[in-house]
Design a protein around this ligand. Structure first.
Ligand SMILES: Cc1cc2nc3c(=O)[nH]c(=O)nc-3n(C[C@H](O)[C@H](O)[C@H](O)COP(=O)(O)O)c2cc1C
Length: 315
C-alpha cells in the first residue's frame, strides 16, 4: 500500500527513536526555555510532547547575570541569562520526584561546567536520580582550566570533556554543539569519536545589540546568545554538515516555529528536534507544533514521520 493510501486509513506514526530512547514524536522542548518542565504544566500537556530538556544544571546553584538579560531582535531574541539554576543536588531532590510522575514524556537533563571536574561531579550527582533518559552536555561555557576558551570551540577541550563525561555517565550522552566555530563537521566528529551517543545543535550565536540613543548595550552582559527564526537557515546548514560528518543520531534546532520547520530539519538529517524561543512567543508552541505535524503528515500522505530523516533530494 502506498503512503498516501495508508494515510487515509490510520493516523500517521510520529514516533522516533535515537540512542535507545523512544519518543512518541520528534518534538522536544529545548533547554533554558522550558524551566524544569513543571512550570509549563498548566499551559502545555507535557504528555503530548516527545520530551523536554530541563534548564542547564551545574554542580552548585548559580544566580545568573544581572538584568536586562533578554532583548527581542528582528526575527530573533538575545539572551544572557547566565545559566541561572538550582544546582544538580536540589534538582535531584526537589524537582525530579515530581517529573517522574509526569507520564508519557521523556525527560532530558542539560549539564554545564567550567572545568572537567565540574561536569564529572554534576553527572555523578545526576546518576543518583531516577527518571532521566539522557544527559545533554552544554559545551558553550568557557573552560577555565584552558584560560576561558569555550569547551565547544576547541577540539581538544571538547574531546577531553566528552570522554570524561562518557566515562562517568550511566545514561546516553548527547553533546550539544556550539555554532560559534569554523567547522561544525569537525566538532561533530570529535564529539562522536570521544564517545557521544548523539549530538544536538545548534546552541545560540554570540551576538549583541546597542541602543543608539543612550549608547548603552541592550543586555547588561554586553554580548548575548542569538536564537529564534533569524538563525534557522544557518542552523539548517549546520545540522546538514554535522549529519554528514557522523554516524550517531543528530538532534536539530535553531529557530523552529512551525511543523514545516521540523520537517526541514529532519530532511537534512535530524532524527528529532528541539524548540526553544518559539515558547517565548507562544507558551503552547511545542504542543501546537505536534498537532501541526500530525496534520502535515496526513496532508502529505506520510505514514511514518521517521522516514523523512535524511530524505533531502538533490535532483
Ligand atoms: C532564554 C534561553 C536560555 C537558554 N538556556 C540554555 C541552557 O541552559 N543550556 C543550553 O544548552 N542551551 C540553552 N539555550 C539555547 C537553546 O536551548 C537553543 O539551543 C537555542 O535557543 C536555539 O533554538 P531556538 O532558536 O529554537 O531557541 C537557551 C536559549 C534561550 C533563548
Amino acid at each position: 500500500m502506498t503512503d498516501a493510501a495508508q494515510g487515509l486509513h490510520s493516523a500517521p506514526d510520529l514516533s522516533v527513536s535515537f540512542s535507545g530512547i523512544q519518543l512518541k514524536n520528534p518534538v522536544i522542548a529545548a533547554s533554558g526555555t522550558f524551566g524544569y518542565g513543571a512550570e509549563f504544566e498548566d499551559v502545555v500537556h507535557l504528555g503530548k510532547l516527545g520530551g523536554f530538556v530541563v534548564k542547564g544544571l551545574s554542580k552548585e546553584p548559580m544566580i545568573g547575570n544581572p538584568p536586562p538579560r533578554l532583548w527581542e531582535t528582528a526575527a530573533g531574541m538575545l539572551n544572557a541569562i547566565g545559566l541561572q539554576n538550582i544546582g544538580a543536588r536540589a534538582f535531584v531532590d526537589e524537582k525530579l520526584p515530581h517529573l517522574r510522575q509526569i507520564k508519557n514524556t521523556v525527560v532530558f537533563v542539560n549539564v554545564f561546567g567550567y572545568t572537567r571536574e565540574d561536569y564529572e561531579r554534576t553527572i555523578q550527582i545526576l546518576n543518583e536520580g531516577e527518571g532521566i533518559a539522557a544527559y545533554e552536555l552544554n559545551v558553550s561555557c568557557p573552560n577555565t582550566e584552558q584560560g576561558g576558551l569555550q569547551f565547544g570551540t576547541d577540539p581538544r577541550s571538547l574531546d577531553e570533556v566528552v570522554s570524561t563525561v562518557r566515562r562517568v555517565a550511566q545514561r546516553p550522552v548527547i553533546v550539544k554543539l556550539s555554532p560559534n566555530v569554523t567547522s561544525i563537521a569537525q566538532m561533530a566528529y570529535v564529539a562522536q569519536e570521544a564517545g557521544a551517543d548523539a549530538i544536538s545543535l545548534i546552541n545560540t550565536f554570540v551576538a549583541m545589540a546597542i541602543d543608539a540613543e543612550t549608547r548603552r548595550p541592550r543586555i547588561a552582559n554586553v554580548t548575548a546568545g542569538l536564537s529564534g527564526p533569524a538563525i534557522k537557515p544557518i542552523a539548517l546548514r549546520m545540522v546538514y554538515d554535522a549529519a554528514h560528518a557522523v554516524k550517531i543520531p543528530v538532534i536539530g534546532m535553531g529557530g523552529i516555529s512551525t511543523a514545516t520547520d521540523v520537517v526541514e530539519f529532519m530532511l537534512v538529517g535530524a532524527a528529532a528536534v528541539e524548540i526553544g524561543t518559539a515558547s517565548y512567543w507562544d507558551p503552547c508552541a511545542t504542543e501546537k507544533i505536534v498537532d501541526e505535524l500530525q496534520e502535515w503528515c496526513v496532508e502529505h500522505g506520510i505514514s511514518r514521520l521517521a522516514e523523512l530523516t535524511g530524505g533531502m533530494q538533490l535532483e
